[in-house]
Design a protein. Structure first.
Ligand SMILES: NC(=O)c1ccc[n+]([C@@H]2O[C@H](COP(=O)([O-])OP(=O)(O)OC[C@H]3O[C@@H](n4cnc5c(N)ncnc54)[C@H](OP(=O)(O)O)[C@@H]3O)[C@@H](O)[C@H]2O)c1
Length: 198
């Protein structure tokens, strides 16, 4: 995913990502995790996977993105706000929205407020929750779709993906079997999940 997304990079993506972008609507969660469910380490991502950043950028651009304050602050200043997206940032800190660190963000005080705010943003037919672990944990009962990149590593970390419980079923997967290989040899795959609402 996009902690170090570079808006200058080539935006070419795979037909898989293009099909997802065209077909999805509702509320989505999107993350990249290790084989053991790690999504973050020391306030950043434990890997650098440009192919996944392109996939993330393609799916989320044009839509509102919701994130926790720590994920916002994990982006290098020059890459935030994520371009082409209303960046909605959740914090309990009164007045954070008026600080230099919040420049370019729409600051809200709860997940409910974030979801409400997202409905006034361009592209709100699809809203993406982009992390981190704290916000994902609070969102899984609300989301319709999850798009998960699994990075074939057992690297250690301090922030973890939420559980995709019994109410989630797998959909499209790239590749359908095995792994993709990034330019630096890292293996990864992308899986779409849908939540079955009771
Ligand atoms: N691999 C991936 O796909 C991916 C994606 C995103 C992030 N990450 C990684 O995940 C890590 C950050 O995740 P995190 O779990 O530590 O933090 P986070 O979820 O990004 O942000 C947590 C912060 O959000 C605010 N918050 C959370 N729940 C709230 C609520 N109900 N009401 C109001 N405010 C609320 C609080 O901000 P205040 O403290 O300001 O009150 C809280 O400290 C980083 O390492 C990042 O790189 C990885």
């Amino acid at each position: 995913m996009s902690n170090h997304e570079n808006p200058q990079q080539d935006s070419q993506t795979t037909p898989f990502t293009e099909d997802l972008a065209a077909s999805l609507a509702g509320l989505g969660v999107i993350w990249a995790q290790s084989n053991t469910g790690v999504i973050g380490k020391d306030g950043g991502l434990p890997w650098h996977l440009p192919e996944d950043m392109k996939h993330f950028a393609r799916l989320t651009t044009g839509h509102p993105v919701i994130m926790g304050r720590k994920t916002w602050e994990s982006f290098p200043e020059k890459y935030r706000p994520l371009p082409g997206r209303t960046n909605i940032v959740i914090t309990r800190q009164e007045g954070w929205g008026g600080t230099p660190a919040a420049e370019g963000a729409v600051a809200v005080k709860s997940l409910d407020d974030a979801l409400l705010e997202s409905q006034f943003a361009p592209g709100h037919g699809m809203v993406w929750i982009i992390g981190g672990g704290d916000i994902f944990a609070q969102s899984m009962d609300l989301a319709d779709v999850a798009v998960v990149t699994t990075v074939d590593t057992t690297t250690e970390g301090d922030t973890f993906a939420p559980e995709l419980g019994y109410d989630w079923t797998t959909g499209a997967r790239l590749p359908s079997d095995g792994w993709l290989t990034s330019g630096d040899g890292t293996r990864y795959r992308i899986t779409q999940w849908r939540r079955t609402k009771g």
